[in-house]
Design a protein around this ligand. Structure first.
Ligand SMILES: Nc1ncnc2c1ncn2[C@@H]1O[C@H](COP(=O)(O)OP(=O)(O)OP(=O)(O)O)[C@@H](O)[C@H]1O
Ligand SMILES: [Mg+2]
Length: 360
């Protein structure tokens, strides 16, 4: 890691502006209350889960972090469930080695005991077994092992219910949600982009993560710049936060760009240059979203109209014969829109919003 990026890293280690959400989350987890974190992409769900789970390190509570997006097949998910569970017993590295050399399951003492009680963990590569039955056992594994050791467990499922189209007819999602319902003594922490995924789960506390409060971010950025001995007019930080709207990821990117420019050239990009730098960095992502939108007239026109504000959106789109309510709901499921507290929807990604306004 270069010296240059250290200050930026230090800034973002703190999960700036999410203290309230973290407190609320920890309170639920400590009392055994199941929680769902809901936010559009890149609002900091994973960062918040990671921070929350870290607080339980060294305490007599087991934790398991399962990413349903990167483990989207039965095989990957089964492996991840076992590995994450065994991390609590510092046996995950041994487990990874044992998958390559099955004999190790019986030569390592700790692994041997667990493999004797849960023999299926040795059979992930056995193609004669039904992968769904195996997954069902693996989904029970964190819960059953911790219960048998009289230990509390917090099990986090990240990227829960993301996207409109769930794989294999939603079978994986259904299985995971039924296990969550059965494992009543385990505390579940779920994170996803849309609320509807959590509606079938009973007695779950919802935490919605929105944009970070602007004034808080401005003060916090000013302090960071002062600490880094970068002279920054208040007007500039105001303009920065106005541009990112308090979007955590873009604020982080903007900060990093400033540090980079400052250390390379001793200059600060103007707010306009900063926006262009961010746009250039995000070009690939934004163009991909744009391509997605071009495939669906309803989505495209709804997004374009919302980039001009949500007021009178139904009237403004009336002549196009668009089902605006349906389009907004689906765009929320896709992570492009978020519900506003005052009602209606807003585009969740400020750079995408600028792009849409420009390309209208
Ligand atoms: N409050 C914050 N302070 C500083 N950095 C943050 C904050 N929130 C998010 N970030 C940074 O923004 C990026 C995106 O965060 P993260 O991956 O946690 O978002 P996410 O909501 O899980 O997104 P996705 O839905 O795509 O999984 C990360 O690089 C993270 O470090
Ligand atoms: Mg995430």
């Amino acid at each position: 890691m270069s010296k240059r990026s250290e200050p930026a890293r230090a800034f973002y280690k703190e999960n700036t502006g999410r203290e309230k959400e973290l407190k609320e989350l920890l309170k639920s987890l400590q009392t055994g209350q199941n929680v769902a974190i809901i936010a559009p992409p890149r609002f900091g769900k994973t960062a918040l889960i990671t921070q929350a789970l870290q607080q339980f390190k060294g305490k007599p509570i087991s934790t398991a972090y399962i990413d349903l997006l990167s483990n989207s097949t039965t095989e990957l998910l089964s492996n991840s469930l076992i590995k994450e569970t065994l991390k609590n017993h510092k046996l995950h590295k041994e487990y990874i080695s044992a998958r390559k050399d099955l004999g190790s399951f019986y030569t390592n003492k700790g692994l041997q005991t667990i493999a004797a009680a849960f023999p299926f963990i040795t059979r992930l590569d056995d193609h004669s077994l039904d992968t769904w039955e195996l997954l069902s056992k693996c989904l029970d594994f964190p819960h059953v092992l911790s219960s048998s050791l009289n230990q509390k467990l917090i099990c986090a499922y990240d990227n829960y219910g993301n996207g409109l189209h769930l794989e294999s007819g939603g079978r994986l999602a259904k299985l995971v949600s039924s296990k969550i319902g059965q494992h009543t003594s385990t505390t579940h922490l779920l994170a996803g982009r849309n609320e509807s995924a959590f509606l079938s789960l009973k007695a779950i506390h919802l935490i919605r993560m929105g944009f970070i409060e602007s004034q808080f971010l401005i003060d916090s950025l000013d302090k960071k710049f002062t600490r880094l001995k970068i002279k920054m007019p208040r007007k500039y930080t105001n303009a920065l936060v106005y541009m990112t709207k308090g979007h955590p990821y873009y604020t982080k990117c903007a900060f990093e760009q400033i540090i980079l420019e400052h250390s390379l050239n001793g200059t600060i990009p103007s707010p306009k240059e900063l926006k262009n730098l961010l746009m250039a960095a995000e070009k690939g992502y934004i163009e991909k979203v744009w391509e997605d939108l071009l495939h669906n007239k309803e989505y495209l026109h709804t997004m374009l109209a919302l980039s001009q504000g949500s007021k009178n959106i139904y009237q403004r789109l009336q002549s196009m014969k668009i089902n605006v309510a349906r389009a907004q709901k689906n765009l929320e499921l896709m992570g492009y829109l978020m519900k506003k507290e005052s009602g209606g929807y807003a585009i969740a990604d400020p750079l995408l919003e600028y792009w849409l306004r420009k390309n209208r």
